[in-house]
Design a protein around this ligand. Structure first.
Ligand SMILES: [Zn+2]
Ligand SMILES: [Zn+2]
Length: 436
């Protein structure tokens, strides 16, 4: 079986009039519907790609999404947290409520793809001028969900149940400190006030798989991401006479190394991996001055809430005790940016055959657990969630050597738009019909 979806060229050659007048198709052929939508999805995606917006600032994107939903006869709710957009599609018959989520934000990355629709947008990011790019492919996600919304709206007379489209800001995190991640904020602002969904689906484009492939797994899928910050306070003195003061740099280094020993010696990592990384270690101004304090900032990745609590408690104990041993003090602050993304086993059991039907059984691969994080988990902690990956590396190229998400060279294969629409549509229709 070919890894490729229907040839893109054939789809592009399809006369637009046929695509637009194609009747609402029965749910036994979602592939024909998504093939017809592909040229539009490419157009949406390229426009979004050329106009990326940082988290919580997706005003143009939100406007395009809302206008599209209105054109489908829906009544979008806008300005949720602060740029989020939702719309509820009601089918003709009663049935479950399924939420579909796409994230809309771009990254502070200066694009280097050389594509004709490459971004030239710049913005201010934490006081620095930066390029802005859809380097994580959220432009693809928005285009896919706009296409799925159009497909489902065209079938509404045959649908059982309801579909809530959720276009979310700031998945990558807010540009300024103190702002809140998009999913959390949408929940705080009542994204599900109209009624809790029975399930939520989300997807992500992924350079690690070929176009036409889907990566999926049941259970823990993406890590919980905590941002930690450790401040060690010593006492400043001359670098030649350390015994006159308390050296916070040495203590900070000892604490960091002790955390790595702790993970290797005290935590059972067989079932739930743990990663603890320092990304910043800042202290001092000059070679021969021992400074007053040192600050380390990093990330903690876990998959299990109990393991997370345990590791943080051990980290705190190490920090306090090592500092105490040296006559220093240490404080540890931990902020959770996203809980672990756990694919609900029962929902995963139901969604898997739909994904296999969409792309062929051989093209659905079991995704290994990833140490990246996603705030889709905020939704999936409230209602059963299923999150899958759509390959974006064209056949003939090696996924292992392709620029990955967040790279300034990340250029996903646009044929993946159709695959994403097809998979999301198939899974949604099957859930609405109670199949799977
Ligand atoms: Zn990302
Ligand atoms: Zn992303």
């Amino acid at each position: 079986m070919s890894l490729r979806p229907a040839p893109l060229l054939a789809t592009l050659l399809l006369p637009l009039s046929i695509a637009l007048t194609m009747p609402a198709l029965a749910d036994d052929d979602p592939a024909a519907t998504t093939r017809a939508l592909q040229p539009k999805a490419v157009e949406w995606r390229r426009d979004l790609h050329a106009h990326p917006e940082l988290g919580n600032r997706e005003t143009r994107t939100a406007q395009i999404v809302a206008d599209h939903l209105r054109s489908l006869g829906l009544e979008p709710r806008t300005g949720i947290g602060p740029t989020g957009v939702t719309a509820l599609l009601k089918g003709a018959r009663p049935g479950p409520r399924i939420a579909l989520r796409a994230d809309m934000d771009a990254l502070p990355v200066t694009e280097q793809t050389g594509l004709p629709f490459a971004s030239t947008v710049t913005a201010d990011y934490r006081g620095q001028p930066v390029g802005v790019m859809h380097a994580c492919g959220h432009d693809m996600h928005v285009a896919i969900l706009m296409g799925v919304a159009e497909a489902l709206a065209g079938m509404r007379d045959e649908l059982a149940g309801e579909v809530l489209f959720v276009f979310q800001p700031a998945e990558e995190g807010p540009p300024e400190p103190g702002e809140v991640f998009g999913a959390r904020r949408m929940l705080d602002e009542g994204v599900f006030d109209g009624g809790m969904p029975d399930a939520i689906l989300g997807l992500h484009v992924w350079a690690g798989l070929h176009t036409g492939q889907i990566g999926f797994r049941s259970g823990p899928t993406l890590a919980s991401a905590d941002e930690w910050s450790l401040t060690v306070t010593g006492r400043q003195t001359h670098g030649s006479r350390p015994w006159d003061g308390v050296d916070p740099i040495t203590v900070g280094a000892q604490i960091l190394l002790a955390t790595q020993s702790m993970l290797a010696r005290q935590v059972n990592i067989v079932n739930t991996p743990v990663v603890l990384t320092a990304g910043q270690f800042q202290s001092g101004v000059r070679f021969n001055i021992i400074p007053d304090d040192a600050r380390l900032v990093g990330t903690l990745r876990t998959y299990d809430a109990d393991v997370r609590e345990d590791v943080i408690a051990r980290f705190e104990r190490i920090a306090t005790d090592y500092a105490h041993a040296a006559g220093a003090t240490a404080t540890l602050d931990v902020v959770n940016n996203a809980p672990a993304t756990i694919n609900d086993p029962e929902l995963a059991r139901r969604v898997l055959p739909s994904l296999q039907a969409a792309v062929g059984e051989a093209n659905v691969v079991e995704m290994p657990m990833q140490t990246i994080a996603e705030d889709f988990s905020q939704f999936a902690n409230l209602v059963p969630g299923a999150y899958f990956f759509i390959g974006t590396t064209p056949e003939g190229q090696d996924p292992a050597t392709m620029p990955i998400n967040h790279s300034p060279h990340y250029a996903p294969d646009e044929a993946a738009l159709e695959v994403g629409m097809r998979a999301m549509l198939r899974a949604t229709l099957d859930l609405l019909e109670g199949e799977g």
